[in-house]
Every structure is written in structure tokens, then in C-alpha cells.
Design a protein around this ligand. Structure first.
Ligand SMILES: Cc1cc2nc3c(=O)[nH]c(=O)nc-3n(C[C@H](O)[C@H](O)[C@H](O)COP(=O)(O)OP(=O)(O)OC[C@H]3O[C@@H](n4cnc5c(N)ncnc54)[C@H](O)[C@@H]3O)c2cc1C
Length: 332
């Protein structure tokens, strides 16, 4: 919208435990338990990289970096899949074509084969802070709690407090389940927890831009500091941390890692997810002045740039949103 010189205002209650602030910020191109390439990988991956690089250039800040994802497995099916991907025309560029050398023997148990996937990491907190500061500076940011009952629909426009606009876009994450216009969408939100760990003892490890993964994952973030995660829970959709999740993550990491850690922080947030695990963007079928930007699930960093451009082009130029991402692929 900014690029197109369109006037807008952002209303945000500045929830510091939102998924975007807790998120690890990883783009893993070959992800999930089934090790499938991400949706439209060869289009969206370079798209996201270019998008974040532009913001970095504009603000002279660095928050987006390459990340080497070391996939550890002994599962024959997984190994076969990785082997096929490594020689495929479409996806080989996301995998290092040699068996990944175990140079991490100070960290990893030796009982896994390892493959290296080329991913990226976005420091989402830095990105959000840069953008929020810019929006505040331009007086287009209003820190406020938005209540649906204060929105008035009037002759194809929307009014909220003393603002009038041709469109409102709800980018409210998991809270969309309560949105009176969109609550019937097939939401399947999931809670996730992550840990911040400190290395016990005096070992000095300087590993940069690497994430180790075998079900659970471990990512060094500073000399003695690591992040580890995560969990998926659909039963309790709140921001409270749990002992069960902590144990699940620690046990998962101990399967492949031989270091000892102390937990210094545990965080929880909800991933806004819909049934088919693709984002939902576009305007309401009956009230075209109301739109949604949601369903980023566990791939917000990957999907957000592409979806933002799709939705902006839809709202400004009337270009249609891709069917696979369009909110109106669902009956609601
Ligand atoms: C543990 C965990 C790890 C994750 N790791 C990754 C990862 O490595 N890579 C990745 O790509 N994704 C990851 N994700 C997913 C990612 O966090 C989400 O896809 C993304 O953050 C969703 O963004 P969102 O803006 O839709 O929702 P949110 O981040 O939840 O943002 C919602 C916004 O709406 C505002 N809001 C809500 N209600 C109101 C209201 N009433 N009034 C005003 N403002 C309101 C909030 O303040 C907030 O700013 C992870 C998620 C979790 C939970």
C-alpha cells in the first residue's frame, strides 16, 4: 500500500506474545514430517528473499539471513525422498548434493545421517520493530484494541471511531475465529511452544546460521544461547506455557544432541491455521469492503510477502487473488 501511495492506518493492540513475535522465523523449503517442498517453492522462495532484501536496503538494517538446516534422520523413506530431491531439476538447488559432513560432533549424537537444506532465517522481532517505528513516525499506526461492534458498514465503506475507509483488512491472527464475518471459515489453529536454552558448563561453540532438526529442532543464536522447539497442540488454544511441551522439546532435542542445557525462557503462541494449511486472503463474499489476511500457519515468513502483494493488487487494481489462496475457496 505504501509503495502505491495509498492511504491507510494500522490498528494494533501491540500483543507482545503474538505468533509473529514468538516465531523462530525460519523458512525451511523442504519441510514437514513428509519432507515435501513448500507450496510453489520456486516462485515464493525467491519472492520472499527479494522482498525482505528490499526492506533491509530501505532501512539499512539486516534481519534476513541464509540458514543451513541440518536434517538428521535414519528413516529410510526420508533418506530416499531427500536423495530424489537432491537430483531433481526443480528442487536440487535447495539441498547440498553431498552427504553433509558431521562437523558438529561436539554437539550431535553420531547415530544419524545428515542432509543439508538451504533455508533462511528472519529475525521477526527486528522486522516488526522497524516497521512499527516507521508507521508510528508517519502517524499511520494506532495502538488500540479493536472491537468488532465498533465497525460500521456504510454504503460500501467502513467506519471505525472517526476513521472512514473503502476497505478494512483483518490481519488479526488466531483471533479471527471470533470475527463475525469470517468465524465460519475452517480454522484449525494450533498452539506452539519454544524454549530459549543456555549451554551448561564452559564449552565454547561458535556455530552460526545453522539449525539442527530431527522432529524437534535446535538453533544456536549466540555463543551460549540456543532456541529449541516446537510443539503443535490443537486442544488448548491459549498463550500459557506448559510442562508437557517443555518436556517434549527437551526429550526431542536430547535424541540428537549431546549438550546439556538450562531452560531460560519458554514461550507460547497460536499459529493461525486453516484446514488446507494455505493462507486465506481476499474480500468477503457479501461485504466487499471487508477483507482478510490470515492462515499463515507455521510459514508466515515464507507466505506473507507473496500474499501481501496479491492482496494489495487485488484491493488497488482489482486483480483477482489466486484461487488457492482466496478466502472464497471456502464456503463460510
Ligand atoms: C512457536 C511458533 C514458532 C513458529 N515458527 C515459525 C517459523 O520458524 N517460521 C515461520 O514462518 N513461521 C513460524 N511460526 C508461525 C508464524 O508465527 C505465523 O504464521 C505468523 O506469525 C502469523 O502472523 P499473523 O500476523 O497472521 O498473526 P499474529 O502474529 O498472531 O498477529 C496478530 C496481530 O493482530 C493483533 N490483534 C489481534 N487482536 C487484536 C485486537 N482485538 N485489536 C487490535 N489488534 C489485534 C495482534 O496485536 C497482532 O499484532 C511460528 C509460530 C509459533 C507459535
Amino acid at each position: 500500500m505504501l509503495k502505491h501511495n495509498k492511504k491507510f492506518i494500522i490498528i494494533d493492540k501491540l500483543d507482545h506474545s503474538s505468533a509473529s513475535r514468538i516465531a523462530t522465523g525460519v523458512i525451511n523449503p523442504i519441510s514437514g514430517q513428509r519432507l515435501v517442498p513448500n507450496w510453489r517453492l520456486n516462485k515464493l522462495c525467491p519472492f520472499a528473499q527479494k522482498y525482505y532484501a528490499e526492506i533491509e536496503d530501505n532501512f539499512r538494517e539486516i534481519f534476513f539471513n541464509k540458514l543451513s538446516i541440518i536434517k538428521l534422520t535414519n528413516n529410510k523413506i526420508d533418506l530416499e525422498k531427500l536423495k530424489k530431491l537432491k537430483v531433481s531439476n526443480e528442487y536440487s538447488k535447495y539441498l547440498i548434493n553431498t552427504e553433509c559432513r558431521i562437523i558438529y560432533d561436539k554437539i550431535l549424537n553420531s547415530n544419524f545421517e545428515s542432509s543439508e537444506i538451504l533455508g533462511s532465517h528472519c529475525d521477526t522481532t527486528t522486522l516488526l520493530d522497524i516497521l512499527a517505528n516507521e508507521f508510528k513516525k508517519n502517524r499511520i499506526f494506532k495502538a488500540d484494541n479493536f472491537y468488532y461492534e465498533n465497525l460500521i458498514l456504510d454504503k460500501g465503506k467502513v467506519c471505525w471511531k472517526n476513521f472512514k475507509a473503502s476497505n478494512i483488512v483483518f490481519c488479526e491472527g488466531p483471533r479471527a475465529v471470533n470475527n463475525p464475518w469470517f468465524s465460519k471459515l475452517p480454522f484449525e489453529n494450533s498452539k506452539g511452544e519454544v524454549l530459549t536454552l543456555r549451554l551448561k558448563g564452559k564449552k565454547h561453540l561458535s556455530i552460526k546460521s545453522t539449525l539442527f532438526k530431527n522432529g524437534k529442532w535446535l538453533m544456536p543464536v549466540a555463543e551460549q544461547k540456543f532456541m529449541a522447539g516446537s510443539t503443535y497442540c490443537r486442544d488448548f488454544l491459549d498463550n500459557k506455557v506448559t510442562n508437557d511441551a517443555r518436556t517434549e522439546i527437551i526429550n526431542g532435542v536430547e535424541k540428537f544432541c549431546c549438550l546439556n542445557f538450562a531452560v531460560v525462557l519458554q514461550q507460547a503462541a497460536i499459529r493461525p491455521t486453516v484446514k488446507d494449511h494455505l493462507p486465506i486472503i481476499g474480500s468477503h463474499k457479501l461485504h466487499s469492503q471487508i477483507s482478510i489476511f490470515n492462515g499463515l500457519a507455521s510459514k508466515g515468513v515464507y507466505f506473507a510477502p507473496y500474499c501481501a502483494v496479491q492482496l494489495a493488487n487485488n484491493l488497488i487494481y482489482g486483480n483477482s487473488v489466486e484461487r488457492a489462496l482466496d478466502v472464497n475457496r471456502f464456503i463460510y
